[in-house]
Design a protein around this ligand. Structure first.
Ligand SMILES: Cc1cc2nc3c(=O)[nH]c(=O)nc-3n(C[C@H](O)[C@H](O)[C@H](O)COP(=O)(O)OP(=O)(O)OC[C@H]3O[C@@H](n4cnc5c(N)ncnc54)[C@H](O)[C@@H]3O)c2cc1C
Length: 170
């Protein structure tokens, strides 16, 4: 199995695949580890499966034009794809069908995240430009349980990310 891309989804998929006994190979285009640089938001807006090839993470289902949840969606996608390949005994046709079925509703909801995040995170006034980075820095220093409670107040994005219950494939 060849995994193209060692961003978020690629290594996560490789981890789960090797745990289920597969031997994946990961190739990466960039020569060095990316430090502190986000991914590129690409979305093909079509089926994420073509023959023996399927897409994971942003390449298959970027949550949208603004930041928010892309890494979570990529990690869930990697976990579900590896799990479906395991459950199907390596039969990729059956596994890809299960992967799309299980991801469909989660991806649909995840696409609401970008728009909701744009409304709340992109500052509209000079005072918001000043305040927003300070608030974000403050939130990351709070205890994790409190961060979770604050994140739940975000409404739609938080609900979208909590909308998938993943199977235990082991
Ligand atoms: C500025 C910015 C800020 C973001 N902030 C957040 C955030 O706060 N929270 C959040 O959850 N998400 C955020 N995201 C989104 C998040 O970065 C992505 O959703 C996530 O990286 C998707 O992971 P991925 O593995 O699908 O893609 P990527 O992380 O983009 O990895 C894809 C990898 O494939 C490699 N590649 C591409 N073409 C080839 C090729 N032909 N051969 C081999 N390798 C190839 C690339 O070099 C890259 O390393 C942000 C994105 C951006 C751009």
């Amino acid at each position: 199995m060849l995994i193209s891309g060692a961003g978020v989804a690629g290594p996560a998929l490789a981890y789960w695949l090797q745990r289920y006994g597969f031997r994946p190979t990961v190739v990466e285009r960039t020569p060095a580890e990316r430090m502190g640089v986000g991914g590129h938001s690409v979305d093909l807006f079509g089926p994420a499966v073509d023959g023996r090839i399927t897409l994971v993470g942003d390449a298959g289902y970027s949550p949208g034009p603004a930041v928010g949840g892309g890494t979570s969606v990529a990690m869930v996608g990697a976990y579900v794809l590896a799990g479906e390949l395991h459950a199907a005994g390596g039969d990729h046709i059956r596994a890809f069908r299960g992967y799309e079925d299980r991801m469909h509703e989660f991806v649909r909801l995840a696409r609401t995240i970008g728009l909701a995040t744009m409304k709340s995170l992109i500052p509209a006034t000079a005072s918001q430009v000043w305040l927003m980075p300070r608030l974000i820095r403050l939130v990351t220093r709070l205890p994790v349980p409190l961060q979770r409670r604050l994140s739940a107040l975000q409404g739609d994005p938080a609900r979208a990310l909590a909308a998938i219950t993943v199977e235990n494939y082991e």
